[in-house]
Design a protein around this ligand. Structure first.
Ligand code: ZN
Length: 532
């Protein structure tokens, strides 16, 4: 038999958690056509994988590449790590379904995290949204249906509860989005308009996702905690699962701050809920600090009406003074301990890479004042990330915690990567270039985890949870999304100081049967498809 490609002589780890076997993999068209001894077959192309490991392509269940992929479909930062499917719109932050005017409003609002994708795109449905990526990117793109866009489309950027006819409209949009291929319902309770909701609203929306058996993927509430069952956080998410029957998926759920080294504190409530029948899965990235945009510090009333109204409030000196006093006296999350990662092209780009504290000192102002000032000057185009612990002991303990959590079969990896694309200027969080390679390479070897277990967490596990058919496992008839790497040497090269560096030890990546990385170089082939 003749194949398009044979990957010959590698150790095949199929993604199910079974140990590797020595086998050839034959690809015909988009599919895996055979796995076994293919020495009698021929192929147009043979990849010698002797000494290398062959696995399914990785699935990133938490990617903020929504905007960046529309500007640069090559997406080298993900594809060079072996990520063949990105699930975008985590935290309920994305562009669909939105009318054109609402898209332009929310595009500006989200620019500090998602950048500035083209204005002339159809975002009116999940179907149209996915069409913007289909065969225009190197990786496959799946999406959640986001709480933010649905709420904006139903009631605008307003602090009103979703009830009655508004709720019916929102539920209709969610149902339509899931019918068109959305892989779950996502929300982020540090972000607006999402955090205008209360638990009752979320339960009613989640009942729709439950009909599809698709997860409620949530970044836990810390804004408007009084509106959330049990004060928000994990208690609210688990209560939503209990009441609606929806499978719950906890985003970037890991130890932090005082909990580092104390896994049971964060896992006991989850295990108790699971024992009582709530279906829970979880994700984390393998770094001790996160990344976001300054909106997350700012209370709900400032966001009302959307980006232009918000800008007007921030421009008004008296309003801004009051807000700064609030941020200093009763912060929702303290602002200090962060650094600027992305700033729109303009007079402030020299602040990229500086800590908030150093930048404020240089300008002779306070951290809160500086960040609010920049929000105005940069028209919201600002991002930041945390600064890793100075204590190596704490950092190592955090890594041990994360790898212990990932021993659990209900865990998977979500990079939470936030790419930076022009006209944003910046320095990304290293997870954008290194998260998967760090997990399967450096940390897997340091903590001596079985390779087949580590691979299952980034392949079959997410594919099953988010119902991504025919991906995540190497089997005849599945899509040929494949990663070929050296298990002994694969490593992230992306650090906090110099993050935009590709990993080493991953020479070849295939998406839908086409080679998108060859000898550690991207090929330019846009083989990615919309996952519906
Ligand atoms: Zn996120």
């Amino acid at each position: 038999m003749n194949f398009d490609t044979i990957i010959s002589g590698g150790t095949v780890i199929d993604g199910t958690g079974s140990p590797g076997i020595k086998a050839d993999v034959g690809i015909s068209g988009k599919e895996i056509a055979a796995v076994g001894n293919l020495s009698e077959s021929t192929a147009d192309q043979v990849i010698d994988a002797e000494g290398l490991t062959v696995t399914p392509g990785f699935i990133d269940v938490h990617s903020h590449a929504d905007g960046a992929l529309l500007l640069d479909g090559q997406h080298a930062s993900g594809i060079r790590q072996g990520v063949t499917t990105e699930i975008v719109c985590p935290d309920g932050l994305s562009y669909a379904p939105l009318s054109h005017d609402d898209y332009l409003m929310y595009r500006k609002y989200l620019s500090g995290i998602l950048g500035f994708p083209p204005e002339d795109l159809d975002m009116s449905s999940i179907d149209a949204f996915l069409g913007n990526y289909h065969q225009k990117t190197a990786c496959n793109v799946a999406t959640f249906v986001g709480h933010g866009p649905i709420r904006i489309s139903a009631v605008g950027m307003k602090d009103v509860p979703l009830r009655g006819a508004d709720m019916d409209r929102a539920k209709g949009m969610l149902r339509e989005g899931l019918e068109q291929g959305g892989r779950g319902f996502s929300t982020g309770m540090s972000y607006y308009p999402n955090a205008y909701s209360d638990t009752d609203e979320l339960v009613e929306l989640c009942e729709v996702a439950a009909e599809f058996g698709l997860p409620y993927s949530t970044h836990l509430r810390n804004h408007n905690p009084e509106r959330g069952f049990g004060g928000g956080g994990v208690a609210e998410a688990l209560e939503i699962g209990r009441r609606s029957g929806v499978p719950v998926h906890l985003e970037h759920y890991r130890t932090a701050g005082d909990q580092i080294g104390d896994i049971s504190t964060i896992m006991d409530p989850v295990d108790e809920a699971k024992a009582n029948g709530v279906d829970v899965s979880l994700e984390c990235y393998v770094y001790p600090v996160g990344s976001s945009f300054p909106h997350t510090f700012i209370p709900g009333w400032v966001h009302e009406g959307g980006s232009d109204d918000m800008m007007e409030r921030l421009r008004d000196i008296e309003t801004r003074k009051g807000l700064i006093k609030f941020l200093q006296d009763t912060p929702i999350t303290p602002m200090g301990g962060n650094m600027f990662t992305a700033i729109s092209e303009g007079p402030n780009t020299d602040l990229v890479g500086m800590t908030f504290e150093d930048a404020a000192a240089e300008k002779g102002t306070t951290v809160e004042e500086l960040v609010m000032e920049l929000m105005v000057e940069e028209e919201m185009g600002i991002g930041f990330r945390g600064i890793p612990p100075t204590s190596v002991k704490i950092w190592r303990q955090h890594e041990e915690d994360v790898m212990t959590l990932l021993d659990r079969p209900d865990y998977m990896i979500g990079s939470d990567s936030i790419p930076v694309a022009p006209p944003l200027v910046g320095i990304v969080h290293p997870r954008a270039y290194g998260c998967f390679a760090r997990f399967i390479g450096r940390l897997r070897r340091r903590f001596n985890k079985p390779l087949e277990q580590v691979i299952q967490r980034v392949t079959q596990n997410p594919a099953e949870r988010f119902k991504i058919d025919k991906r995540g496992v190497i089997a005849k008839g599945n899509y040929a999304d494949l990663v070929i790497f050296n298990a002994d040497t694969v490593n992230d090269q992306s650090g906090f100081e110099d993050p935009a560096v590709h990993p080493s030890g991953i020479p070849h990546v295939f998406v839908n049967g086409q080679q998108v990385v060859k000898n550690e170089r991207v090929t330019g082939v846009m083989a990615g498809e919309a996952v519906r």
